[in-house]
Every structure is written in C-alpha cells, then in structure tokens.
Design a protein around this ligand. Sequence first.
Ligand code: AMP
Length: 575
Amino acid sequence: MGEEVKTTDFEKVIEEFERITKNAENVQKEILRKILEENASTEYLQKLGLNGRTDPESFKACVPLVLYNDLEPYIERMIDGDFSPILTGKPITIMSASSGTSQGKQKYIPWNDEVFETSVDIYQTSFAYRNREFPIQDGKALNFIYSSNFTQRKGGVIYGSATGHLFKSPGFKPLLQALKSPSCSPDGVIFSPDFHQSLYCHLLCGLLFREEIHSIASTFGHSIVFAFRSFEQDWEELVNDIKEGVLSSRITVPSIRDAMSKLLKPNPELADLIHKKCTGLSNWYGLLPELFPNVKYIQGIMTGSMETYLNKLRHYAGEVPVLTSEYGASEGWIGSNVNPKVAPEFATYAVLPQIAYFEFIPIAQLDGTQVELDPVGLTDVKIGEEYEIVITNAAGLYRYRLGDVVKVMGFHNSTPEIKFIRRGGLLLTINIDKVTETDLQLSVETASKFLDEEKIELIDYTSYIDLSKEPGHYVIFWEIRGEASDGVLAECCNCLDKTFIDRGYVISRNTKAIDDLELRIVGKGTFQKLLENHIQRGASVSQFKTPRYVGPTNTKVLQILSENVVKSYVSTAYN
Ligand code: AMP
C-alpha cells in the first residue's frame, strides 16, 4: 500500500483529482457499486433485502438512514468477537473509538485497510494542492502526532483511535515520506504511553532538526497551540538538554529515552542560539519562524471549533501562513482543502467522490415538520444551502448520519466545496431558544475582545445549561491568562448574554423564561485537566477537541469544571 505512493508526482495527483471530480456522479455510482458488491453477503444488507442490487435507487429504497444508536447492537457483537460478516464482508479486527467529547460517551467505529487507503487519497490530494501554492523541498516536518493506547479485549478486536490506527499502519511512514513530510521525531516518541513526555520530545526533536523543518503540523490545530504553550513553560529545560546532551529526568519511559539518546549530543552552540532567540522575543510573537527558520507553513484542521485557537497560532507563527488541511471523522474522510491560500475562516473542503458514497440531508428537512428525510446526491446539492452529511463507506457504514452540518459554497468541477458549519444537534436550549456551536463561538469571540484590549488571553471555553433552579440559565466557563479586573469580566459576561441573537433566546430572556447568564472563570490548567481526563478514558490526544457544551451526563467533566471555578459573574444585560 505505502510503496505505491513512494514516487508521488503531485501534478499527476492534481490531474487525477480533476478527472475524478469532472466525473463525480459516475465515480459515486461506481464506489457505491463496489461497496455493495464487496459487502453483499453481510447480515445487515441481506436483511434489508437488497439482493445483490448495487444501484443508488435500490440502495435508497431498501437501506434506511441510521444513527450510531441503530448500529450499536451490531457493533456490540463485533466488539464481543463475532467475526461473521455482520457489517462488512471481511471481518473487522480493529475498532476506532471516536472522541465523543460532549456527552462523554464514545462511539466505536470499524476500521480496516480501506480506511487507510482513503487516508492516502485525502492526504495526497491536500498535499498536492498545498504544494502547488507553498512548495517545499525535501526536509522534515514537526508533526505533533500521538498514538493512542491500543487495547485488546476478549474477542480479540484491537481498540484505539482512528488516528492511532492510521499512524501505526505500515504505509503511514512511507506516505509522509512521499509527501516530503517525514516526522522529525522517532517512533519511540510518537508511540509512547505518556503524552506529556511525547510532547516534550517532539519539541526537542524539532529544535535538534530546526534548520530542516519546513512544516509544522498536527491533526487538529489545538495540538500545535498546546505544544507551544508548553514550550513557553519548558523552553529552558529543553535548551539545557541540548546544551548537556542529556535528556531531562522528567522523561522516564525507557522507549522514549532510548529513541532520544540516539539523537541527543551536547551542542552548547545550538543551545545558546535558541536561548538568545527565546529571550529576544516579545511575548513569543513570531516564535515559530525564529525557532524554525525554514518553516513554510503551519497546517492541520483549523476550522470549526479549532478557529478558537487561530489567534494564538498566528501569534506564534508571525508571518508564516496557517493553513487548514482536511475534513473528516473517525467514521470516514470527507474532503480536502484544494484552495490552501484561503484563510481558515473562509476555507472550504472539496469532497473526494472516490472515497465514499455521500448523501446530503437538506437542513430545512431537519428543522421542518417533514417526517421522511430525503437526502440528495453529491452532485445535486445547491450552492448556499446547508446539509447534514450521510456516509456510506467500505468500513461498514451504510447511510450513516454523521451529524455534522455543512454549507455548499461552490463546486470544484462537479464535486461540492463545503464549509464546515457545526456539529450536529442543538447545543444550548432551555425554552424556545436554539443556540448552536457557531452562535456560541461568535458570542465568545465578541465578548473576548474586552480581554484583548487588556492583553489578557482567553485560553479555552465551554458551556453548560444550569437547570438546578427555575428558570434555567446558560453557564459559560472561561479559562483566561492574565489578571482581569471584575469590571472587565462583568462586561464580558453581559456581552456574552447580549450577543446570543437567536430570536428564541432573546424572547426568553426578555420574558424571564431564561434566567441571567453566568460567566464562571476557572483556574489555570483546568482545560488541560479536561484533556488529561480525555486521555485517561483511552481517547487520543491527536483527536482532542474541547467540548463546547457539557451535557448533564458528562459528570466527570462537570466535576472538573465546577471544582476549579475561581470567580463567577451574573449578567445584568437584561435587567
Ligand atoms: P472524531 O470524533 O475525532 O472522529 O472527530 C470528528 C469530528 O471533528 C467531525 O465530525 C467534525 O465535527 C470535526 N471535524 C473534523 N474535521 C473538521 C474540519 N476540517 N473542520 C471542522 N470540524 C472538523
């Protein structure tokens, strides 16, 4: 698999993508035919009476749209070691646990070689277009990638995260090599049981290979911001390790120590240089090009909930562009960014028609009273409309509602270019209010401008609905860096309340059906504790996304937040 991509000709990748996207409708029919043919014998498709038919019409007539809960009984059996053809013709031996951040419940999704192949397609396509605009020579990438823990249960199925399985695939390293982005960190650092130790050594490797680093990447942008916030704390220790050629005693995992000992030699000159660079910066502005003089771009998923970190990332990046890369989920990849010069705030992803069969449920059907949902095909979507994505792929998902809502912004030949709008489901609702993740993000962005004026940084945020007394109210949790006065925070609190412009919210606030919004400030490191809790549950750091809403069932996360509240403010905006 990996060998095929060794001599990638990026112009050929682009040519091929142009050909595929000009013919998207037929390519979709073909991928559906292939998936249904290969899995015709599965219990799932047999039961639905498809009888070997592979055309889109029969498929839509026989196979229902499903949510994860509908598949759970089948997946449970696979987890228990039933290797009969349940959802896929070939038995599933690997499962990915998706991050399941808001409700605290993880989903298990089948993983197989076909998923790896779609990853090759997605990465190659994004890279080919990126490389046309931002060409890089052979060199190294500082990839903040972390393998999740892998476990094996009684049935013999291996569990990990989708990214963990990807990084562990034999074809992954050759793929990075083919995309001129081999990691500067050795496997011992990537595949480590301790995330903090991995992170420290990723940074150390980056510094050791600083001249060769031409890109800095992670799956989600959060990991890069998190890494350089840690650098701000640990840089002197890193410099000391380089000076002495001895790894800090904080690294205790033998496999990491072993891997790093092969790279680390005393280098006082380099240590001095990095020391000078760090002390010469004002508030770490432009840190990345100072540390890595040949870095051409910073890339990863930067859209959706990752937009929160863009300001900080751009601060570190100085003049170096910050690019968004792909769009996908543990359930399957969706699209590549083929216009990398567009800022993440406006970025779209061109759907790859050859990696799955896609359908789109018009959002009007979800919001309206229509009982039967009637999704449209990939090439039938309309510019300016919003849709929920439905995936059918080779990993045993048939008409699976992903939940994400996207907007069609244009077409790349005949495949849509979509903008990520929000994760599915309502976020905040008490009465007739319907406040989405995007509404919350906008409100937080507006309110945090008061912090910017005071040079105070918003580290992260989340929300909760407090129904402990009537009427209920919204609670927003903020972690900030710097000393904010009560006056400023009270202003932020009022602004949060006022900038939820959802009609239902405004009416409910005016009629006192929703009580005053509360801003709770949590202490330093609280959101890191959420990340740590996420890791303890066996999830992957590479896929971590701060939950923007904490549901009432997510008791552990609520407990962490509540225990760390240092101040709280009640809005007077509607008094
Ligand atoms: P996971 O649970 O780790 O599989 O996360 C998958 C989810 O991350 C998707 O369903 C999206 O909600 C989000 N996501 C992935 N890629 C992007 C992207 N490019 N822009 C915005 N959100 C994304």
